[in-house]
Design a protein around this ligand. Structure first.
Ligand SMILES: C[S@@+](CC[C@H](N)C(=O)[O-])C[C@H]1O[C@@H](n2cnc3c(N)ncnc32)[C@H](O)[C@@H]1O
Length: 302
């Protein structure tokens, strides 16, 4: 079982610019990689509120914090929730404002390796793709999209969220296959994708099912909607002078962040700390290939 390696760690810590005694909201706690290093850097003298949709990730984060002799007595609270509800989390904790917020978006390594929810094309798993273990946390799972949605809507998801050039053929074949029997697992879906794309598409570095899987995951978790809602609430709750750092892993998310930050800068409510996103160094990419598409943007509230 491998641990998730935090992406752009040094750059995140530097740019959050937190001080001893601050309150930090980690909107995507994951296994606590970023939060842990921030806590360590400030000798545990910081309050950390970690929000995470996936209880398994929270358990790992807790274990990391509670087994470290310096960190275990620090002030942290981890909440199983969607970050689109971060206002409610802060209200429940009676916290008005925070000094910094981090969104490290997308998936953690454990989602691929051990979630059994269909994020990976290496294993035959049920097609759920929910970040939360509770399937009822989302209006529909990947299985429901594939077996119940109209062909055109499936195509639009695959093209819109995955920029999959074979979206039309894949959607058509999904609809043909499901008439014979419901499509239930990752391997069944991969077989359909395989029969829908050109042979040369299968010889590329990136697996031919990557874009379809990414698109379904984004749709199931309403990742764009959650980000738009979450980032707005984060901006409302960060103190003047406080910063929001966002690490995104695909262009749709990065565009949402870029547009929102620009809007705030134009309204003279924020200063863009980065005009262009910070990206991982060649060294980081070689040590952690998952980091390669990471883009980090920062805004400071004024
Ligand atoms: C890239 S990982 C974060 C890793 C973390 N920074 C670390 O170093 O361990 C992203 C995490 O965000 C969670 N997540 C994604 N969207 C979420 C949302 N809308 N609300 C709450 N958690 C979310 C995922 O379950 C995943 O664990």
């Amino acid at each position: 079982m491998t641990r998730h390696i935090p992406v752009l760690l040094k750059e995140t810590i530097e740019n959050l610019n937190l001080k001893k005694g601050d309150i930090f909201l980690d909107a995507t706690l994951g296994e606590g990689g970023h939060s842990f290093e921030i806590c360590k850097k400030l000798d545990g003298d910081i309050k950390i509120i970690g929000i995470e949709a996936d209880i398994d990730a929270i358990e790992k984060a807790k274990e990391k914090f509670l087994t470290d002799k310096y960190i275990k007595n620090s002030d942290f609270v981890f909440v199983e929730e969607n970050f689109r509800n971060l206002d409610k989390v802060l209200d429940n904790l009676k916290i008005e404002n925070v000094d910094g917020v981090l969104f490290d978006l997308g998936v953690r390594s454990g989602n691929f390796e051990e979630s059994n929810r269909g994020f990976t094309f290496q294993k035959d798993e049920p097609l759920l793709m929910t970040f939360s273990k509770k399937a009822e946390s989302v209006p529909f799972t990947a299985e429901e999209i594939i077996n119940e949605w109209e062909e055109k809507n499936i195509k639009d998801v695959l093209y819109g969220y995955g920029e999959e050039i074979f979206a039309k053929q894949i959607a058509k074949n999904i609809v043909l296959k499901r008439k014979i029997k419901p499509i239930k697992t990752t391997f069944e879906l991969i077989e359909i994708i395989s029969s829908s794309v050109l042979e040369k598409y299968k010889n590329r570095k990136i697996h031919f099912a990557t874009k379809t899987f990414q698109a379904l995951r984004i749709a199931v978790n309403d990742e764009v909607g959650a980000l738009k809602g979450g980032i707005k609430k984060a901006f409302d709750r960060v103190k003047k002078g406080g910063r929001i750092v966002v690490i995104s892993f695909h262009s749709i998310e990065d565009r949402v962040v870029k547009i929102f930050f620009k809007e705030k800068a134009l309204e003279k409510k924020g200063i863009l700390i980065t005009k262009k996103p910070i990206t991982p160094s060649a060294e980081e990419i070689s040590q952690n290939p998952r980091s390669r598409s990471g883009k980090l943007r920062i805004i400071q509230k004024i």
